[in-house]
Design a protein around this ligand. Sequence first.
Ligand code: PHE
Ligand code: ZN
Length: 864
Amino acid sequence: MLDMHAATRTPTPIRREDYRPPDWLVPAISLDFDLDPARTVVRARLEVTRNGAHDRPLVLDGAGQQPLAVRVDGREVNDWRQQDGGLVVPLAGEAHVIETEVEIAPETNTQLMGLYASGGLLCTQCEAEGFRRITFFPDRPDVLATYTVRMTADRETFPVLLANGNRTGAGLLDDGRHWAEWHDPFPKPCYLFALVAGDLQANVGGFTTMSGRQVELAIWVREADLPKTEHAMSALKAAMAWDEQTYGREYDLDLFNIVAVADFNFGAMENKSLNIFNSRYVLADPDTATDADYDAIAAVVAHEYFHNWSGNRVTCRDWFQLSLKEGFTVFRDQGFSADQGSPAVKRIEDVRSLRASQFPEDAGPLAHPIRPESYLEISNFYTATIYNKGAEVIRMMATILGPRSFRAGADHYFMRHDGEAATCEDFVRAMEFGAGVDLSQFRLWYSQAGTPRVAARLTADPGGGRATLNLAQSIPSTPGQPDKQPMVIPLRLRLFAWGSGAAIGEEQLVLLDTPEKTIVFEGVGERPVLSINRGFSAPVIVEADRTAADLAFLSRHDDDPFARYEAMQQLMLDTLIERVSTGEADHGPVVAAVADTLADPALDRAFVGEAVLLPSESFIGDGMLVVDPEAIHAAREALRRDLGRKLESEWRAALADGADAPFALTPEAKGRRRLRGIALGYVAASEAKDGGAIAFRQFERADNMTDRMAGLVTLVNLAADEREAALDIFYNRYSDDALVIDKWFSAQALATRDGTLDEVIALAKHRDFTLANPNRARALIGAFGVNQRIFHAASGRGYAFYADQLLALDRLNPQTAAKLLPPLGRWRRFDEDRAALMRDQLRRIVDTPGVSKDLFEQASKSLE
Ligand code: PHE
Ligand code: ZN
């Protein structure tokens, strides 16, 4: 059943300030599932206790199900009533046992929330509010219960029955069915409940914790996928060891299960001891997964595992505190990935994705603080702001406190709040207590939205031996927040001497906590160059008055790898924006800086790959007042062509480097592949006659998906004859591997060449295209939405097509549809004609009868 929203009835927002503790607690629940895809019977037995002195009835949430029976203390009652899909039961005493029975139909559940069917198995997704679609319950994260779960199902179709905790019993029944019972001793909110039933096989491993507990690890997949689970298994073990070493956190049960499912709204879910994953974050082998896929699998496996402490043992009081678990856990998984590979490259990747998704969000109509004040639909707040900016806020605390104090604060947080449903405020207080600092003003990061800007001006007086740095901060207004107070912005900075390239003095950590601040440097003999926001110490936009020569200098001499990358990016960006606005620009400094970076033997190849990559078309657009998609595309292509031609022999050398070595997953081999892929793009951009042939050869000969995909992506953007051939070969080779076919759709949807719009529209009718599978929908429609040049085709056909797809998807899966809306909401950044066309589509969505609350919230806020 869809969550229908009548366009005439405006839904009421939920507000953070309205939080009240629950009227009734549920210390224990027993569930009995008679599983069947068409008709599953759910019997629930809740032990409820009155919380405080009040005479309010018990209110249980529900969505879409009818109570077949309601019993209080064993006796059938009929004085209950239904309200907003839920159940209101008057109760006289302090403690009662409530039993309910409902019927649900997993196979018709296209929202993928609650109990649903995917590829022949049955599984659950309860965060944030899916449990109410399974049974009547106070569906809020501050009601913690112990769970006992009994499942009965057909033995042949569902030989494996899993739930949270430990299996306490199992047996056969006569009618071809069997049963299993599970018990989870840790009280948990219902969003962490899970069950899975299906024909699955496990890759089984083991881990001994630091105190000697033997933990059985199992990754459950379809039998054919078993060989693709090794990487996830080793990532899981590494994550378990890392959390012990880095945070002193140990696993707390004897069993840890991961299940891969093909239909999933997000990446994965941290259900207690039964993590359920989108299969794209589990399955990998060299023939089907790119290096980026391998890295993402390790990061997501670690992320979900880390939630066992930051999320499960200490959970959230209410959904306004979502960043408490998500920001912190992203920060933790970023630290893990950094330690597994290159910290510098990991930081660059994380900042790139923050800028690609969070900065635009913070600058647009959907901007919200990491702890929002209100929402219509909570699933719209699983955003880059909550996750990625949330992680940056934790990182700033770690930077300000230093590693020892930060760890002391984290220890205190876990100890003080273990078993509780906590708030962001509890976290900050634990940090203050553990570290002995005052974070009063720092708390503004939780309440103020918008990306702060920092203007930096360095004036040098080398004769007098000093330099003066003037810093000024400003925070743009965001919806509902016209005026902002100055924040605490931690800026790591250092000066370098223009002549020698040597550092002047040590790195400093400056806390910019006033509107302006002046810092004086002594002992400055030569002209200094400013390196600022090193390591991206604060999620801000720095506007430093540095010349192209300064930036080129830093790209060679800065000793902070991130700052070095950043100088190069800024140089490229300045050059591109110059060309977009004036029609020409001197490419010389960029070409020289790229040449020097390629030639520096001290740099690891993965870093070089990041450093020589041009900013994306949309990132260039974000730096402009009015985005001109065609001019941006043309300017970027011109610079790519120039770089391709002027450095042709360097790119060809990079292409040959390691090309014949057999596949390995070492950081060195990954770095070479990364650089090879980028080099291939530049060779093609040079318009060399053999560009298509080289790309095709790499595509055909590759012994791994990274190289093959680089070949395909390059060809997809060329007019070369090899283009169609490569697409066909790829399709035929992988036609039965959904995750690879997703790549086939994405590569075409991301092409920036002419004709892409028609191709995407045609691909939406391809026999393998379906909106019912979120990965497939994102592969085509999601990728198209971020393809700036094509999505923003001046005709507006891209917008209309996009809105058609979103409305169709909304009827199946409102959550996933709503997540895709933001590209349509960026109309303020475009010329009047495009803005009007975008608003037409937003209005059409808002006015559609029966549109979901999810999509309505996103579209209506985008119109404001
Ligand atoms: N809590 C999950 C995570 O970040 C994300 C998620 C949210 C998954 C909602 C499903 C539904 O790890
Ligand atoms: Zn998470």
